[in-house]
Unconditional design. Structure first.
Length: 299
């Protein structure tokens, strides 16, 4: 009997999760159903797909070949979906957008509200993440992303430079910043750029907190846990914070709006990217961290 796509997807999930229980949870089925499906599939093929070890399920050569075939099928299906979506001529339907949490909290929601008024037939799914999602796999259709070097596989537009500076509490006076306690993004944020910067500014025993989101980092500085690097566009607008330095060039990134080439002409993608650019470009001075009234900048 011919194999079905769901059977390839099932074997891929078992291999990726290393067992039936986690794979069943991922696929939305129970363990006994997963066990029966695997048994039936191995019977159909006349070959074992997995070695059942104490450490988990490990694909046999036959199982590995099926996983590799599943990867190729998934890539082909995703490529077809992108191209089909890219031919849409009406600004309507689902649009998956990813953006940094800090941008969404400070600026993005009013922009999205205006977009929803203009294009009521487009339904946005917003995915907030510091990490860069994979647009080739359609983890998202459009990315609003801070990056020094966006992927060559994507197309889009640079919107603004994003400056970062050191901040502390607004109700405190600061003298020598090297004597202060610090808070730091962890290595998962921006590939560790900001964590390495803090490491060059302060010894490890002066870093009171490491955190994996920029929004959490800003809250930590405002709470008095320590000083730390923050994006000027959000920190300058926070009355609880004071800028303690000028923008550091080594921390600067660019803000981009990006999509996959197969989707660039899709009506809903095109109007969204145009709308974002139209809304962000007038805010360039805020992103670029131009001196703000009342800042206490120190070398």
């Amino acid at each position: 009997m011919p194999l079905e796509w769901d059977e390839f997807r099932f074997v891929k999930a078992v291999a990726a999760q290393g067992g039936l229980t986690a794979a069943a949870a991922q696929l939305g089925i129970n363990h006994s159903t997963a066990f029966r499906r695997l048994t039936a599939l191995e019977t159909k093929l006349g070959a074992r797909l997995f070695e059942r070890l104490r450490t988990g399920y490990v694909p046999t050569p036959c199982g590995q070949a099926m996983v590799e075939a599943a990867n190729r099928i998934e890539a082909d299906v995703t490529r077809f979906e992108r191209r089909a979506a890219g031919r849409s001529e009406t600004p309507a339907g689902e649009l998956r957008v990813t953006a940094p949490t800090s941008l969404a909290m400070e600026l993005l929601m009013p922009i999205l509200a205006d977009f929803a008024t203009r294009y009521p037939e487009i339904r946005i799914e917003l995915i907030l993440a510091e990490a860069a999602l994979n647009l080739s796999r359609r983890d998202a259709d459009v990315a609003i992303r801070a990056s020094r070097d966006p992927s060559e596989t994507l197309v889009g537009r640079r919107l603004a430079a994003v400056a970062w500076a050191i901040y502390g509490r607004a109700d405190r006076e600061y003298r020598d910043l090297t004597d202060e306690a610090w808070v730091s993004p962890d290595l998962t944020v921006a590939g560790g750029t900001f964590a390495r910067f803090v490491g060059a500014q302060a010894p490890a025993d002066r870093v009171r907190l490491r955190i994996n989101t920029v929004t959490g980092l800003e809250a930590a500085v405002a709470a008095g846990l320590g000083i730390g690097p923050l994006p000027c566009f959000s920190a300058d607008a926070n009355p609880a914070l004071r800028r303690l330095s000028g923008p550091h060039p080594e921390l600067g990134v660019d803000l981009w709006v990006l999509t996959h080439p197969d989707l660039r002409h899709a009506a809903r993608v095109r109007v969204f990217m145009e709308h974002i650019a139209e809304a962000i470009l007038p805010l360039r001075s805020r992103f670029e961290g131009l001196p703000c009234e009342g800042s206490q900048e120190q070398p």
